[in-house]
Design a protein around this ligand. Sequence first.
Ligand SMILES: Cc1ncc(COP(=O)(O)O)c(C=O)c1O
Length: 271
Amino acid sequence: MAFEDPGSPAAVGAAAAAAGLRAVPVPVDEHGIDLRALAATDARAVVVTPAHQWPSGVALAPERRLALIEWAAERDAIIIEDDYDAEFRYDREPVGSLQGLAPDQVISLGTVSKSLAPALRIGWMICPPDLAEPLTEQKHRSDRGTPTLDQLALARLIESGRFDRHLRRMRATYATRRTALLAALAEHAPELPVTGLAAGFHAVAHLPADANEHNLVAAARTRSVGLYGMSTCRTSRAATPPQLVIGFGNVGERAIREGIAAVRDLLADRP
Ligand SMILES: Cc1ncc(COP(=O)(O)O)c(C=O)c1O
C-alpha cells in the first residue's frame, strides 16, 4: 500500500500493518504525489489527499489526477482518497473528488473531524459497490458500530440546513485566522515563503536553509508556542529542508500574531 511522503507515516503504517500489508512511501512534489515513483512500486493500493495534501497543502495537478486513475485501472489497484478538509477552501471552488471520476477504482473518505469535532468519531466512505459489504463487515468487526444517536443527531443537523450554516460561519472564521496568519508572517517574517494555504487550517513555512527545525520547535515550546516541524511527517524523519507546519484552526488571532512574532525572534537569535 503506497502513501504520500511527507504524509501520515505512522497512521498509514499502522493501518497497513494491521491488514498485513507493506506501506511504501512515495514522494510528493508541488503537484502532488509523484506518479513515476508510484508506478515504480508494486503497490496495489494508494492512500492520497488530492484536494489538499497533508501536510504540504498542494492540490493534485489535473493531469496527475487523470494519470493516477489510469495507473489504478491498469494495475487493478484501489485509490483511497482521504478528503479530510475539503469543506474549507478559500481561493477557489471546491476541487472535484477522484471518486466521482472513477467510482469503481476509488474509495473516498470524509470526516466531521475538521468540520465539527474530532471527538465525534463520525466519518463516511464512498466506495465501489462490490466493496461496500466487505468494508461494512470489517468496520463492524473492528468497532461494533458507530453510536447511532450521534449519527441521527448529525443527520438532523444536515437535513435541517444547520450544518451548511455552520460551515459557512466557520469558513469565515477560519478565513479570518488565515488572513491573520498571512498578515503576521508579512509583518514579522516576510522572508519566509508560505505554501499550502488554498484550503484547510494549516500552512507550510519554508525556513532558511541554515535554520534548525528541531531547535526552533523546542525553543518555541519553552515560550509556550506549539510549532510542528515537517520532519515528523517525513518517513525518513529528516529535518531538511527545514519547514514548519503551521496550524491556525484552533488558535485565536492574537495567539497567531504572538506565535509568529516568537518565530521571528527565534530565527533572529539562531547561531
Ligand atoms: C490527513 C488526515 N486524514 C484524516 C483525518 C481525519 O481522521 P479522523 O476522521 O479519523 O479523525 C485527519 C484529521 O486530523 C487528517 O489530518
